[in-house]
Design a protein around this ligand. Structure first.
Ligand code: ADP
Ligand code: MG
Length: 250
């Protein structure tokens, strides 16, 4: 589903991703952990083409969407593929980023209607189903300001699912939540895992990573330091830097 090879990304002189490669199989759940500033969000944003890469290539479900700028023919092809593929990638952010002037249901309906041209009645029907799926039946008419953080994040997940993504990217989806609201969001994410969704999840929730990840990746300083299956990764990390990070967050 994801083949990202030798990605490089800088902001000014600061190299934020140094030769990062990541492959994710269809149906696989990959959790990315690592200290603040290690490049986790940048990696997700590159996968979604919210950021341009400087070197390397990104193939999502067989279509090249990231590329080296120089190659112009590739550029034109990738540009088209990127637009299509971006619609097929759902992203959930730390700060829910709901449209504040739209109700929960309208937040979920807007992309299918505007981007796909889905008729309003169909979008509404599917929106209600999705809100029910994330445990928000009855909240359709609520504006984001009337919802708790956990509820808002669940609307954000429903909104991403409305575009029928083949890949979901989560960037610290529970980090902005009060502790008592974290569980309800993780529960929805666990159900998504059970449904077979391909997911890349940046998280500080080690219990979640241990339980649901097929693979855990530790990033530091713009590079992947270590990756492995959760059991081995958490019980016997190989790299000293991984051990010291896990000791700090455990
Ligand atoms: P993480 O998500 O692991 O905390 P980020 O990917 O957000 O890390 O950031 C990696 C580094 O890139 C940090 O040093 C951050 O300050 C820098 N950075 C991120 N976004 C920008 C930007 N838009 N402009 C300049 N520097 C940025
Ligand atoms: Mg981040």
């Amino acid at each position: 589903m994801v083949e990202a090879l030798n990605l490089r990304k800088s902001y000014g002189k600061h190299v934020v991703l140094k030769d990062v490669s990541l492959t994710v199989a269809r149906g696989e759940v990959v959790c990315i952990i690592g200290p603040s500033g290690s490049g986790k969000s940048t990696l997700l944003r590159c996968l979604n083409r919210l950021e341009e890469i400087e070197a390397g290539e990104i193939v999502i479900d067989g279509a090249l969407i990231g590329y080296q700028e120089k190659e112009n023919r590739l550029h034109a092809l990738a540009e088209k593929a990127a637009c299509r593929q971006r619609a097929a990638i759902g992203m959930v952010f730390q700060r829910f980023n709901l449209f504040p002037h739209l109700t929960a249901l309208d937040n979920v309906m807007v992309a299918p209607m505007r981007v796909r041209g889905v008729p309003r009645a169909d979008a509404a029907k599917r929106g209600r189903t999705l809100l029910a799926r994330v445990g928000l039946a009855g909240k359709e008419g609520h504006y984001p300001s009337m919802l708790s953080g956990g509820q808002q994040q669940r609307v954000a997940i429903a909104r991403a699912l409305a575009m029928e993504p083949k890949l979901m990217l989560f960037d610290e989806p529970t980090s902005a939540l009060d502790p008592e609201l974290v569980g309800e969001v993780l529960e929805v994410m666990r159900e998504l895992v059970a449904s077979g969704m391909t997911m890349v999840v940046v998280t500080h929730e080690m219990g979640f990573a241990r339980d649901v990840a097929d693979r855990v990746i530790f990033m530091e300083d713009g590079a992947i330091v270590e990756e492995g299956k959760p059991l081995a990764f958490f019980s016997a990390p190989v790299e000293a830097r991984t051990r010291s990070f896990l000791a700090r967050v455990a």
